[in-house]
Design a protein around this ligand. Structure first.
Ligand code: ATP
Ligand code: MG
Length: 595
């Protein structure tokens, strides 16, 4: 491909409205253009990467017997009423009316449509299992579209759905897709991790997310240093810590014992907890308290959560514990009203609401807590003794790096940041039950199919690849999804000998099966061409110039390592073949040692 013919314009300046590296570089490299918030053109160069990744996904899924189909983007309300999601999906679902005033939406995901297909076609256990996928444009009216292709409103997704006679078969397929995803991301040549994730409170469901590791990732991941346990921090089990002061006498509650006026921050309070015995208390002797507002099926109520003062609450754990639709912090003014004291002095003891206590406080005593009186704290607090509505000790805190692994107990958690590029999800019978997607079993009994769903964000993955692969000069594409594998620069393009040699090399490399972008543009300095090549980031740069032509050589440069090599023209193809082979090998090792 001649660069002079390519629809591309490169920019030296970082665009002002681009907030992550992948977006900046894709805009500078003329790969994407913004059409509206979260809506982009995929220009020819990046579309090649997108298509390559789609094909990797296709190949790996087809190996496992998955069948590709294509469902509509525009979906009728009726199907979404059947699943109940027309009402519950929220504003991400873009709804509109057609000319006959009928309600439609743009598909953010396709459980309803695919379930409708399957219930019409499948009647017997003999036709199961079934695994269907599509690669298609999705629309989600995200509140804050940002980070370019990483959180767009319109984006390309691979979504797959499987249907089974029972849980065991759905589980089998889940792990098969899990393995397929590992192959897919390994072929990309990126560092990634499968991560246990929150599945909400749907019975019988569980899920893993696949994350590309990058410091700009929106998700925090904790991974055990000793065992396989890797999870999204919103889900990570926190180890139960033992209360370290077992030798102290257990005291009765001493109301409003500490006077700490105006001191709100936990660490300052701990220092200020002073009396004849105490010269300040350690943070693990102090408790902290939050009031959360719970919503479930139209009802609302408040609950309290007590934690050790140096721990943070995990809202997802609380939401799952209560099987709630949503949980959020109660507005400060209302918590203050409930307690009759300003924020900083609100405590659990006198309050008549259900109170849940983090399990690291099981067995704890002689704690401090807010006294519900301005400027005062209680001392001697023992949660299971002193609360009006003590509910349970359970895991309610955020695990943090350095915590002992709650699974194996041998390692400690290490933290990573990740970009969620895919998810495998065991759905259970949520959709088949509400939408009557049933089959007849061997005995002739009608049963709901057990479902799984499997997504990969195609365009987000391409952005994530760039988040992981870049330097100050531009993009560093992995071989597998680079728009072109080779960037051939003719330095003195107006020189007929150089042009002819470059032309011949382009043809020979293409004949050998390589994809070549040939920078044949005339009248540009070598510096400009080098800068553009670094920005565009193809894995191998080949330079042909008048100087090399004299001794019959071209210059090869590895974009990643910046290593240079001079190669005689008659060995050019074999040198590129050699490069391709070693790059593929090192890409494979990158993903295997995926930390
Ligand atoms: P997130 O939590 O990041 O909003 P999600 O969990 O809602 O994503 P899924 O429903 O699991 O997304 O969709 C499958 C995949 O589609 C995700 O793993 C992600 O890679 C991709 N994806 C989801 N939302 C977007 C978006 N707004 N822009 C680009 N890709 C997206
Ligand atoms: Mg997801």
């Amino acid at each position: 491909m001649k660069q002079s013919r390519l629809l591309i314009h490169t920019y030296r300046e970082t665009p002002r409205d681009a907030d992550v590296v992948s977006q900046q570089l894709m805009m500078r490299a003329g790969m994407i253009q913004r059409v509206a918030a979260g809506i982009y053109d995929y220009l020819p160069l990046v579309l090649r990467s997108i298509r390559k990744f789609e094909n990797i996904v296709r190949e790996e899924l087809t190996k496992d017997g998955c069948q590709e189909l294509l469902m509509p983007t525009v979906q009728p309300r009726e199907l979404w009423d059947e699943s109940g999601r027309w009402q519950f999906y929220g504003k991400e679902l873009l709804r509109f009316k057609d000319r006959k005033d009928a309600d439609f939406c743009l598909g953010p995901t396709h459980e309803e449509v695919v379930t409708d297909i399957v219930r019409k076609v499948i009647t017997s256990y003999k036709q199961l299992p079934l695994n269907l996928f599509q690669i298609q444009t999705k629309f989600r009216d995200e509140v804050r579209p940002r980070f370019g292709l990483m959180r767009g409103r319109e984006f390309i997704m691979k979504d797959g759905y499987s249907f089974h006679v029972d849980d065991a078969d759905a589980d089998r397929e889940y792990w098969r897709m899990f393995e397929a995803y590992k192959r897919i991301f390994a072929r990309l040549g990126v560092k990634f991790r499968p991560v246990e994730a929150d599945s909400g409170a749907i019975g019988g469901s569980f899920t893993h997310e696949f994350h590309v590791l990058a410091s700009s990732g929106e998700d925090a991941i904790l991974s055990c240093s000793a065992c396989e346990y890797t999870s999204n921090v919103e889900k990570t089990e926190a180890p139960k810590l033992t209360f370290p002061y077992a030798s102290e006498p257990v005291l009765a509650l001493q109301p409003a014992h500490f006077h700490t006026p105006g001191i709100v921050a936990m660490a300052d309070q701990a220092r200020a907890f002073r009396d004849e015995q105490h010269k300040g208390l350690p943070l693990d002797h102090a408790s902290k308290f939050y009031v959360f507002r719970v919503a479930k099926g139209g009802a609302n109520w408040d609950v309290g959560v007590v934690l050790r003062s140096d721990h943070e609450p995990n809202v997802v754990k609380l939401k799952n514990l209560l099987a709630a639709d949503s949980v959020e912090l109660a507005p400060v003014a209302e918590a203050e009203k409930l307690a009759g004291a300003p924020s900083g002095f609100i405590g659990p003891v006198e309050l008549d609401i259900p109170i849940y206590v983090d399990r690291s406080l099981e067995g704890a005593f002689n704690l401090t807590c807010g006294a519900n009186r301005d400027g005062y704290h209680h001392f001697g607090f023992k949660p299971d003794r002193d609360l009006k509505q003590f509910k349970v000790f359970t895991d309610l805190r955020m695990a943090v790096a350095g915590d002992a692994c709650a699974r194996c107990g041998n390692g400690v958690y290490e933290s990573f940041r990740g970009i969620e590029v895919g998810q495998v999800f065991k759905l259970g019978t949520k959709y088949s039950t509400t939408m009557n997607c049933n089959y007849l079993d061997e005995a002739g009994a009608s049963k709901p199919m057990v479902m799984g769903c499997y997504g990969i964000g195609i365009t987000r993955t391409i952005a994530a690849v760039i988040e992981q692969g870049n330097d100050a000069d531009g993009i560093i594409w992995p071989w597998a999804v680079a728009p072109f594998q080779v960037h051939l620069l003719s330095l003195d393009a107006a020189n007929a000998d150089v042009a002819a040699a470059a032309e011949r090399s382009e043809r020979e490399l293409e004949a050998a099966g390589f994809e070549v972008l040939h920078d044949d543009r005339e009248g540009l300095s070598p510096g400009v061409k080098f800068k553009d090549a670094d920005l565009l980031g193809m894995p191998l740069r080949i330079v042909i110039g008048a100087k090399g032509l004299k001794d019959g050589t071209a210059e090869l440069r590895d974009r990643r390592t910046k290593k240079l090599e001079r190669v005689p023209f008659d060995r050019l193809v074999s040198a590129v073949q050699e490069f391709a082979k070693t790059t593929a090998e090192s890409a494979a090792s990158v993903s295997v040692s995926s930390s």
